[in-house]
Ligand binder design. Structure first.
Ligand code: HEC
Length: 403
């Protein structure tokens, strides 16, 4: 019953999280589009009023006329539309999901039993949970310091972008070494998503509040507040596509169970950013096909890196040579290492249904899923968190089954 309730809460949180993220990212994409679509106002009167750009649009059976002021109108209306709750809701629901999915079961998902660092492979559950939290917090602290130190007056934003890109490669590398594959992708996405929400919370919204306050008091707003908000908002723009990809990459074990997962992950992050760049320029009236072309090349490279063939798939490379693997031997290994979780009734292991819908307590089921069993065992994705301590020899035996 308890696992059933957790599953139900999980579904509801996921629903909320996806809806909030759609609303937030949708609005963010809309405003970037709006900003880049602005054209000099046609009417002289508008230009006199201090309007710097306008966009006409038709949507939902009506016509819209957006105008942007160079600085601000003479008098601010009281009912200004603010956007921040979508960002906060996305972060809060995402964090809650992380807690009930990962932190409740750190042994399954967070710990990386294959970590090259012994201390990381041997972490206890609460240590892994603590490390994951520090990872998220550390990501924000480093990113925020990079922004503040490299480009405090927004004059070295190009250099800052390079620094943030390098930081993401480091995050991708560290996450895959420290955490289980699935968690590594999710946590890298969460580092970016936390930076996005924290940008809104700590910089964009407070800066806007100061500007509004100054204007209401009849003072000129500090232009640095506006520029800084823009700098962080631009970062958020380029983070959106990669973050969504990292969040949904959860379902693709081939990607995150690979030894070079961090390289594939970095390439996909850059692919998302350059594809976003194409759309940003498109709204400004420029079609630069080089960007999506670069994005496609990066995606192809990422899949090439993650492909099983580029790993040592050559059977002669294996430490042990296995010949004549018998059905009994396979059945024994699966019984020992998989059926704990992949049983028709896995309630005792904390699952309300067989994980990923695979139950291996019947030989016919094992035979029917031979290919996928070999794939997940060879890529070391299963047994999950190597909870059942499958040895390399045993993995070789499964791989050599029927060769
Ligand atoms: C500790 C529990 C546990 C053990 C042990 C375990 N699995 Fe899994 N397995 C899971 C869970 C949970 C999932 C669902 C995917 C996820 O959450 O990552 C899963 C998913 C899978 C999938 C689907 C993968 C995909 O890409 O969707 C396969 C196939 C699989 N397991 C095979 C095995 C085999 C074969 C073994 C034994 C060598 C094994 N599992 C051992 C928990 C376990």
């Amino acid at each position: 019953m308890q696992t059933y309730l957790i599953d139900a809460v999980n579904l509801l949180l996921r629903w909320l999280h996806v809806i909030a993220a759609i609303a937030w990212i949708g609005e963010s994409i809309y405003f970037v589009m709006l900003d880049n679509s602005l054209r000099t106002p046609k009417a002289e009167a508008d230009r006199q009023k201090g309007i710097f750009g306008e966009m006409w649009a038709v949507h939902g059976g009506g016509f819209y006329h957006n105008q942007k002021y160079t600085t601000a109108p003479d008098k601010l209306p009281n009912d200004l539309h603010w956007s921040f709750w979508k960002a906060y809701t996305t972060w809060l629901s995402g964090f809650a999901l992380f807690v009930i999915l990962y932190m409740v079961n750190p042994g399954f998902y967070l710990i990386n039993p294959d970590s090259p660092w012994q201390w990381a492979a041997n972490m206890s559950g609460w240590q892994a949970n603590l490390l994951a939290l520090l990872f998220l917090l550390g990501g924000w602290v480093v990113y925020n310091q990079l922004c503040k130190r490299i480009s405090p007056t927004m004059q070295r934003d190009g250099l800052l972008s390079i620094a943030v890109a390098v930081m993401m490669v480091v995050v991708a590398y560290l996450s895959t070494q420290l955490f289980g594959g699935r968690a590594a992708f999710l946590l890298t996405g969460a580092v970016m998503a936390t930076a996005m929400s924290a940008n809104v919370f700590f910089w964009i919204i407070p800066g806007q509040r100061r500007m509004v306050k100054a204007m209401k008091a009849g003072d000129a707003p500090n232009p640095l507040d506006g520029k800084r908000g823009k700098q962080r908002s631009v970062h958020n723009t380029y983070f959106t596509l990669p973050v969504v990809l990292l969040m949904v990459s959860n379902h693709y074990s081939f990607l995150y169970s690979h030894e070079l997962a961090w390289v594939a992950m970095s390439l996909l992050i850059f692919a998302g950013a350059v594809i976003r760049q194409f759309f940003v320029l498109l709204h400004a009236g420029k079609r630069q096909w080089g960007y999506p072309a670069a994005g496609v090349v990066l995606v192809i490279l990422a899949f090439w890196v993650a492909s099983p063939d580029s790993q040592t798939a050559d059977p002669s490379d294996r430490d042990t040579q296995v010949s004549d693997v018998g059905d009994n031997q396979i059945a024994g290994l699966i019984e020992e290492h998989c059926v704990q979780c992949h049983a028709s009734n896995p309630e005792h292991a904390g699952f309300s249904a067989p994980p990923a819908d695979y139950a291996f307590d019947d030989w016919d089921d094992i035979l029917a899923h031979k290919a996928v069993i070999q794939q997940v065992v060879e890529s070391r994705y299963m047994p999950l968190g190597n909870m059942t301590e499958m040895s390399d020899e045993e993995r070789d035996t499964i791989a050599a089954w029927d060769e």
